[in-house]
Design a binder for this molecule. Structure first.
Ligand code: ADP
Ligand code: MG
Length: 731
C-alpha cells in the first residue's frame, strides 16, 4: 500500500547495496539465494535505505584517540599503540596466549583464551600494534602488571577516525562491520529531506528541532567531543529530533486511520422506534412500545451501575451514527462488561441487524453464549454458536442460520472470522479480551462487510486498562469508555503472599472454604515437566490435592486437554460439583463462578502483574469474603528477585486495575506491556512516553494541522517511519 503523495523513489534493497561486493546490478530483480547476513538484515526489519538510516547505535566506541598506558585507569576502555615485547602460550590455569606490549609509558599483558595462529603472527615480538580493550589492573595469576582480556587489535598505523564508532543492535549472523557498512550506505542514499513544515520546528518546544539529516549523521557518527551522557539519556538535540519525528509519525498515522474510518459508512441504528423484527408477530413483546433493549433491561436480575449506564449511553450514541464505531470498553475484572455488550447487541438486533461476539477461548465464548442465550432467547432472539471444535453438521447449520439472518447473534471463537462465515447484515462486532487477539484478526472481523459495503461497528472489551499516556499515543485513534466502579455488594479480596514451604497451611485453608460450601481455584504456571526444570506442574498438584482432600471433587484443566474434556470439567465446576479446580492459566480470562472464594496461585513470582490481577479477579464475584494466596518459591536463591517482589507487593497493596496497570507499565515498560501483537501500533523505538511528554504534546498538536494543510508531507512522513506497517493501524 502506498499512500498518494508518497515519494516515487524506489527503496534500495539490500542486494543493491551489496552490489559493490560483486553482484552485478542487473541481477537484482531475480530472486537470489540470500546470505545469512542479508536474511538477518531483513529479520531486523532493515529493508529500505531509510530503515537502515533509522537503525541507531546502541552505544559507541572511541577509536579516535590513542591513550598512553600510564594514563589509563582501571576499567577504562582504551586504545593504545605499543610494541610487542614478549609472546607465549601458557597452560596455567588453562591454555592461553599471553602477549606483553610496551608503549613507552608502561607495559600491559594481552590475554587470549581462544586464539588462532594468525593472532600469534600479528602479535609476534617486535610488531607495533594498535590495541583496544578494557584495562584491568592489579595482581592476578602470574603476577604481571596490568592486562587486557580479548582486546581487539591490528597492526599500528593508519589514520584515526574523526568520529566515535557506532555499535548497532544486531544478531549473531550479522557482523558489526557488515552492518556498519550497510547503515553507512543506507544513510547516504535515504531520502531525508524535511517533512516537517518550518513553522512547526520550534512550536512550543524548548529548542527548535534540528535538521533530520544532520541529526542522523551525528547519532551514527558523533564527534568525540560530545558529552556521552546526552547520548545515553537521549537528551541531545539530535535525539530530540528523532523522538519528535517518531512521535509525529505515530500521531499522524493514527489520526489518518481515524479520519479514514470517518469516511467509511456503517449502519446507523435509529434512535427511538427500534423493534425486534424476529418478534414482529408480537408474541414475545411485552408491550407495544417496548424495544428489545428495554425488554432486556427489564429482565436483568440487577440494576446497572451508574458507570454501566454511562458507557451504554456512549455506545448507543456511536451506534446511531453512520460512521463505524471504534470503541474500547475497559473495565476491571468483574466490573460487568458482558451486560453492556449484551445491551449493545439488543440495540442492533432490535433494529433488525446482526451482531457477532468473539472471545479468545472456547471456555470464555461458551460462558458468553450461555449467559446471552439466557437473556436473549426468551426475547425471541436466535443465537448461533461457532467454534473450531464443533461437528461439521452443527457448523453447517450455524452457517446457514447466519447467512439467512435467522440468527441475530453469533457467538464463538476465532471461528467467527473464517472466510466461510457469511453474515446477512452484520452491524456490530464485539471482541472480548481484545488484547488476546492479533491485529489481523480484528481486521478480518471488520472486513465482514455488511449490506451495501458498509462496515460493522466495532466494540472491543478489555480488563487490562490502558494507562493514560499509552491511551494518548498508541490508542489515539480509539474512543475509550471506562467502567470505573464494580457492581455493589462485592467484598474486597484479601491478598496474601505465602512462601511455598507453607503449602500445608494453604491446603488447610482450602478445607475450611470447602466446609463452608465455597469453591477454590488453584492456578499453576505450566503443565509439562519437560517445559521447565523445577516447576511443579498442574498434574502433580492435582494429584497431591486429590490425595490431601479425600472425598472432594478436584478437577484439572489445562490447555493441552481436548476441548470437550475442558468443557466437561468447567461445567462440573460451574455447577458446584467440583470443589477445587486446578488449572493452568486457561482460566485467566473471563470465567465467572460467583461461588468461588479462594484463589491460590502457585509460583506467583513467575506471572506478570496484569496476569496476576486477572487471575485474582476470578474470585470476589459473589457476596462472600474472598481471598487470593500468592504462593512463591525462591528456588535455590535466598530471596525473590527485585521485580518479582515488586509485583507481589503491588498485588497486596492495590486492587485497582488502573493502579495495577500503571505499576505494570512502570515495571515492564510500554514495549512489553503492550506487545506489538496487542497494540497493533508499532512500538516506539526511541521516544519514551514517561519522559517525552513535551514532545508527545507537540506531536499531538502538529499532527492534525499537518494532515489538513500539508497532506503530501504528512504522507511522506508516515511512509518514512512506518512503511507498510501503517495499514495495521486501521485495525
Ligand atoms: P467482566 O467485566 O469481568 O467481564 P462480567 O460481565 O463477567 O465482568 O460480570 C461479572 C459479574 O457481575 C457477573 O456475574 C454479572 O452478572 C454481574 N454483574 C454485572 N453487572 C452487575 C450489576 N450492575 N449489578 C450486579 N451484578 C452485576
Ligand atoms: Mg468478561
Amino acid at each position: 500500500m502506498s499512500p498518494p503523495g508518497a515519494p516515487a523513489r524506489k527503496a534500495a534493497t539490500f542486494e543493491e547495496m551489496a552490489g559493490d561486493r560483486g553482484a552485478p546490478k542487473a541481477q537484482v530483480e531475480k530472486p537470489q539465494a540470500k546470505s545469512p547476513a542479508q536474511k538477518a538484515l531483513e529479520k531486523l526489519g532493515l529493508r529500505r535505505d531509510i530503515d537502515l538510516a533509522l537503525h541507531l547505535p546502541l552505544r559507541y566506541e572511541d577509536e579516535t584517540r590513542i591513550v598512553q598506558l600510564r594514563d589509563a585507569r582501571d576499567g577504562d576502555m582504551v586504545q593504545i599503540e605499543a610494541q610487542v615485547t614478549h609472546s607465549e602460550v601458557t597452560f596455567r590455569p588453562r591454555r592461553q596466549l599471553r602477549v606483553t606490549v610496551d608503549d613507552g609509558s608502561d607495559t600491559c599483558v594481552l590475554r587470549f583464551l581462544n586464539f588462532y595462529p594468525s593472532h600469534q603472527k600479528t602479535l609476534s615480538v617486535g610488531a607495533r600494534v594498535r590495541v583496544r580493550g578494557e584495562i584491568r589492573g592489579g595482581s592476578f595469576a602470574g603476577g604481571f602488571g596490568r592486562e587486557m582480556v580479548h582486546p581487539s587489535f591490528k597492526l599500528a598505523g593508519g589514520e584515526l577516525p574523526g568520529a566515535l564508532t557506532p555499535v548497532y543492535p544486531t544478531v549473531a549472523s550479522l557482523p558489526q562491520a557488515y552492518l556498519r557498512k550497510a547503515v553507512l550506505s543506507g544513510l547516504a542514499r535515504a531520502d531525508l529531506s524535511e517533512t516537517i513544515p518550518q513553522q512547526f520546528l520550534n512550536k512550543n518546544l524548548p529548542q527548535p528541532l534540528s535538521d533530520l539529516r544532520e541529526a542522523l549523521q551525528f547519532l551514527h557518527h558523533p564527534t568525540p567531543d560530545v558529552m556521552l551522557s546526552t547520548l545515553e539519556d537521549r537528551s541531545h538535540p539530535a535525539w530530540q529530533r528523532l523522538k519528535a519525528e517518531e512521535l509525529l509519525a505515530q500521531q499522524l498515522s493514527q489520526l489518518q486511520a481515524r479520519r479514514g474510518r470517518a469516511a467509511m459508512r456503517a449502519p446507523a441504528l435509529g434512535g427511538q422506534s427500534m423493534r425486534n423484527p424476529a418478534a414482529d408477530d408480537g408474541a414475545s413483546l411485552q408491550g407495544p412500545h417496548c424495544t428489545l433493549h428495554e425488554q432486556l433491561l427489564e429482565r436483568l436480575p440487577f440494576r446497572l451501575t451508574p458507570a454501566q449506564q454511562r458507557v451504554c449511553a456512549e455506545i448507543d450514541a456511536d451506534l446511531q451514527k453512520s460512521i463505524p464505531m471504534h470503541r474500547l470498553l475497559q473495565g476491571d475484572v468483574g466490573s460487568g462488561k458482558t451486560v453492556v455488550a449484551a445491551l449493545a447487541t439488543a440495540r442492533c438486533m432490535g433494529a433488525g441487524w446482526q451482531c457477532a461476539l468473539m472471545a479468545p477461548t472456547e471456555i470464555l465464548a461458551e460462558q458468553h453464549f450461555r449467559k446471552l442465550i439466557g437473556w436473549l432467547e426468551p426475547l425471541g432472539i436466535r443465537t448461533a454458536w461457532l467454534t473450531g471444535s464443533q461437528k461439521a453438521k452443527e457448523r453447517r447449520e450455524a452457517l446457514a442460520l447466519i447467512k439467512s439472518g435467522e440468527a441475530g447473534l453469533v457467538i464463538g471463537t476465532h471461528a467467527v472470522i473464517q472466510d466461510k462465515v457469511e453474515f446477512k447484515n452484520l452491524a456490530l462486532a464485539i471482541i472480548d479480551e481484545q488484547h488476546r487477539f492479533g491485529v489481523a484478526q480484528r481486521l478480518a472481523l471488520r472486513s465482514k462487510m455488511t449490506e451495501g459495503g458498509q462496515e460493522p461497528h466495532l466494540l472491543m472489551m478489555t480488563a487490562t486498562p490502558i494507562p493514560r499516556t499509552l491511551a494518548m499515543s498508541y490508542y489515539a485513534d480509539l474512543d475509550v469508555s471506562t467502567i470505573d466502579e464494580l457492581p455493589p455488594g462485592r467484598t474486597p479480596i484479601v491478598t496474601k503472599v505465602v512462601n511455598d514451604a507453607r503449602r500445608d497451611e494453604v491446603i488447610e485453608r482450602i478445607r475450611g472454604q470447602l466446609l463452608e460450601g465455597r469453591q477454590v481455584y488453584w492456578v499453576c504456571p505450566l503443565i509439562e515437566e519437560s517445559e521447565s526444570i523445577d516447576l511443579i506442574n498442574a498434574t502433580q498438584t492435582h494429584e497431591a490435592l486429590s490425595a490431601a482432600l479425600p472425598g472432594v471433587g478436584v478437577g484439572l484443566l489445562h490447555s493441552r486437554m481436548p476441548v470437550a474434556e475442558k468443557k466437561a470439567v468447567m461445567s462440573l465446576f460451574t455447577e458446584g460439583v467440583m470443589g477445587v479446580l486446578v488449572s493452568t492459566t486457561v482460566i485467566e480470562v473471563g470465567v465467572d463462578v460467583p461461588n468461588a472464594s479462594l484463589m491460590v496461585i502457585e509460583h506467583a513470582e513467575r506471572f506478570g502483574l496484569s496476569q496476576l490481577h486477572q487471575l485474582r479477579g476470578r474470585v470476589g464475584r459473589g457476596a462472600a469474603a474472598s481471598a487470593c494466596v500468592l504462593l512463591y518459591s525462591t528456588g535455590d536463591a535466598p530471596r525473590l528477585g527485585e521485580t518479582a517482589r515488586e509485583r507481589l507487593k503491588a498485588m497486596v497493596q492495590t486492587h485497582d486495575g488502573f493502579e495495577i496497570a500503571r505499576r505494570d507499565l512502570e515495571i515492564r515498560g510500554p514495549g512489553e506491556f503492550l506487545g506489538a501483537r496487542q497494540s497493533g501500533a508499532p512500538l516506539l523505538r526511541f521516544a519514551d512516553l514517561a519522559t517525552d511528554t513535551q514532545l508527545l504534546a507537540w506531536a499531538r498538536g502538529v499532527a492534525p494541522v499537518m494532515l489538513d494543510q500539508h497532506a503530501g508531507l504528512a504522507q511522506r512522513h508516515i511512509l518514512r517511519w512506518l512503511g507498510g506497517k501503517a495499514e495495521f493501524l486501521k485495525a
